[in-house]
Design a protein around this ligand. Structure first.
Ligand SMILES: NC(=O)c1ccc[n+]([C@@H]2O[C@H](COP(=O)([O-])OP(=O)(O)OC[C@H]3O[C@@H](n4cnc5c(N)ncnc54)[C@H](OP(=O)(O)O)[C@@H]3O)[C@@H](O)[C@H]2O)c1
Length: 122
């Protein structure tokens, strides 16, 4: 087994298999690491629920993703500003009760990244 995790022969997104049927929630996908994470996961067939504070920027990000990956992506945006608790509560309520979330990824500053493998229902 190759234990080298970095470098040319280490882990790359190429190693991610088919993610059909998986649901990821990503906070902050208008740029940077969140955008790149969304692109990789969508390219592997996952469904991505984006949580962004600016709907116009979110819409623009989805347009770019569709241009790069093609139409028919399983992606939706829900408005949420992490600094406004009411929008966090509303976003949580908007995510369909009963949705089984596979992974929750949060990148926005200043929190640094939090990756929470989850398997929640409701
Ligand atoms: N440890 C490491 O090696 C490493 C490497 C790279 C990055 N990081 C950290 O990872 C984080 C992200 O970096 P990045 O370069 O991807 O940053 P970025 O390009 O500035 O992206 C930040 C994203 O978070 C969103 N965001 C910011 N505040 C928000 C809020 N209150 N509610 C909802 N969304 C919010 C932004 O939305 P808007 O478009 O609305 O602004 C944007 O989509 C930073 O904290 C950075 O320090 C760590």
């Amino acid at each position: 087994m190759n234990t080298n995790q970095f470098g040319k022969k280490g882990w790359t997104p190429d190693r991610i298999g088919n993610l059909n049927g998986k649901i990821y929630i990503i906070t902050g996908t208008t740029s940077g690491t969140g955008f790149e994470a969304a692109k990789i996961l969508l390219s592997k067939g996952a469904k991505v629920i984006m949580l962004n504070r600016n709907p116009k920027k979110a819409e623009d990000a989805i347009t770019i993703l569709e241009q790069e990956l093609g139409k028919g992506l399983e992606v939706i945006n829900i408005q949420m500003d992490l600094s406004k608790q009411a929008t966090v509560k509303k976003a949580a309520e908007e995510i369909s009760p009963g949705t089984s979330i596979d992974v929750d990824v949060s990148f926005p500053p200043p929190s640094n990244e939090i990756v929470l493998p989850t398997r929640s229902t409701g």
